[in-house]
Design a protein around this ligand. Sequence first.
Ligand code: DC
Length: 222
Amino acid sequence: MKHYSIAIDGPAGAGKSTIAKSIAKKLGYIYVDTGAMYRAMALYFIQNNVDINNADQMEEACKKVDVSIEYQNGEQLVILNGENVNGLIRTEQVGNMASLSSVNKSVRLKLVQLQQNLANKENVIMDGRDIGTYVLPNADLKIYLTASTKERAKRRWMELSQKGIACDIDEIEKDIIDRDYRDTTRDFAPLRQAEDAILVDSSNMTIDEVIQSIIEYFNKRV
Ligand code: DC
């Protein structure tokens, strides 16, 4: 039986997860947040003081770490060595470590396998950095979702401020620029727009407008 897949790639803070989650609900698809998997691995490296610049240590650590995902009421839970780590992976520290450690090939190959297995079994909407270019090259629809660095920093600042977390918008923008640079320039499966992906710039769009436009593209394709 054919399973449909939608790939959404783009830089940090473009709104991928909010949008993919909502589309998954509307279409009855499974939402796969691949960034959360890289974050879970990053958490393991932090907790176990793994030197991410040491290739041997990284290879050893990748053998010991087990990441899987489960769904509870439609929400993705990331399980790291048997423990649900959803509540621990959304910090800036883990995000930055995920960006740094995801350049490692052992890390990527391990998670790509998991992601491809999921897409073989279910209709999925998967977001990340290399979904359209590497993980699901035959996805039925590929979207490259982006927004200006200023707009992305503003959104992140608002999100953190609403949670009562003190932060500096210029620092956030600098972090975003650094992370974009690392994600787009790494050797293996870097972030880039797939040739057959549709570019959606959400800088001046509401969340609903982005969701609507992606569903229209999907209906035209499938
Ligand atoms: O989407 P996010 O911010 O949760 O992702 C955290 C980091 O994980 C991101 O900076 C790069 C890495 N990542 C990746 O390399 N490939 C993916 N498919 C998803 C995330």
